[in-house]
Design a protein around this ligand. Structure first.
Ligand SMILES: *Cc1c(COP(=O)(O)O)cnc(C)c1O
Length: 361
């Protein structure tokens, strides 16, 4: 076996075609006699790489010139800080829907800045096993922030939320970025750490509506300044050049795959192998998320004892399937089936789950 079935939550599996293309160009990029890693970010060759990546983000989500795309360092976690720093003026409240650990981290950063945050809804009462259907905005909301896929619990927003026109909608899409068609124009800002669905770690992809960008606070520290980053094409300082190159290859792979509709169909088929094994198990596997909100990206389940779960993870590994241990905060098992995970890997896991149940049920 050359490659394992990789169910890691992030950094995660990348498409085989992308890995092979990067490998072919690794030592000597397109006959230039150097690697992308060794190139100046100010060279015209690198500019072409990053420009194509920007364009691909917009093409895939069907966005025009009223949106800008940035590749920023510090991961999605830096966005937890940058958003309130720039878009949360005195007297207004950040509104956040709390659907788990990542939402909480976003809330923590707002509080650390000493700014006002209003939790508009929360699913903490049932261990984040669902997505709230309704929410209550504060008096004077600066924006509404949601986490569209909850990587740790395996819950996912199934629709783009409706918000009043005067309330900018901001989404952390780290773990379901480009995994299905969305109404991207509904969002004033979308951000995602690349390492789940579109590349290696080291960069957050940020999509921002230009009229929203215009409202960013002036005079913030340079590295936190969206307007500055935008005016410099994400090259105020040296960007994560190789990561962005890899993102570009993954975006091309998504387009070659047939775009988001096809990607979604494939993601549904993959998740189905696993959810079907859960649902057919007579309670041997217990799905952690309410069926209505089950994530296509992270399937989470528990078994009767922690010993059995540990055995499951180790037996799976012997069968070439890795990354199935649940997040330390919730335990159990989790299979991440991001865009790049091949269909046969998910099928193999579904079959393994049924076999494991036969032996241990
Ligand atoms: C992984 C993850 C993050 C953190 O991303 P970093 O790039 O490591 O900062 C934030 N939000 C969600 C939903 C995630 O899955």
């Amino acid at each position: 076996m050359e490659r394992v079935h990789n169910f890691n939550a992030g950094p995660a599996v990348l498409p085989e075609e992308v890995m092979r293309e990067a490998q072919a160009d690794f030592f000597n990029y397109k006959g230039m006699g150097l690697s992308v890693m060794e190139m100046s970010h100010r060279s015209k060759e690198y500019q072409a790489i990053i420009d194509e990546a920007y364009a691909a983000v917009k093409r895939i989500y069907g966005l025009g010139d009223d949106y800008d795309v940035l590749f920023l360092q510090g991961g999605a976690s830096m966005q937890f800080l940058m958003v309130p720093y720039s878009f949360l003026p005195e007297g207004k409240q950040a509104n956040v829907i709390n659907t788990g650990v990542w939402s909480k981290k976003a809330i923590t950063e707002i509080k650390k800045l000493g700014k006002e945050v209003h939790v508009a809804a929360s699913s903490e009462d049932r261990k984040f096993s669902y997505i709230p259907k309704t929410w209550q905005l504060s008096e004077n909301p600066a924006y509404l922030h949601i986490t569209t896929n909850n990587t740790i619990y395996g819950t996912e927003w199934k629709t783009d939320p409706d918000v009043p026109a005067n309330v900018p909608l901001i989404a952390d899409m780290s773990s379901n970025f480009m995994s299905k068609p969305i109404d991207a124009k509904r969002y004033s800002m979308i951000y995602a750490g690349a390492q789940k669905n579109v590349g290696p770690s080291g960069t957050a992809v940020v999509i921002i509506k230009r009229d929203f960008l215009e409202t960013a606070k002036e005079g913030v520290p340079s590295m936190l300044d969206y307007k500055l980053m935008s005016s410099k094409g994400s090259m105020f300082n040296t960007p994560a050049t190789f990561t962005i190159y890899m993102i570009g290859l993954v975006l091309k792979w998504i387009e070659d795959f047939g775009g988001l509709k096809k990607i979604e169909e494939n993601n549904i088929a993959k998740a189905k192998y696993i959810y079907d094994a859960i649902d057919a198990s007579d309670g041997f596997y217990k799905g952690a998320a309410d069926p209505e909100y089950r994530s296509l990206m992270n399937t989470t389940f528990r078994m009767a004892t922690e010993e059995l779960e540990a055995l499951f993870v180790s037996e799976a590994k012997k069968n070439g399937m890795i990354g199935l241990k649940g997040h330390r905060d919730v335990g159990g098992c989790r299979a991440s089936t991001y865009n790049s995970l091949p269909l046969p890997a998910a099928k193999a896991l579904g079959e393994f789950m049924r076999e494991f149940q036969k032996q241990h049920g």
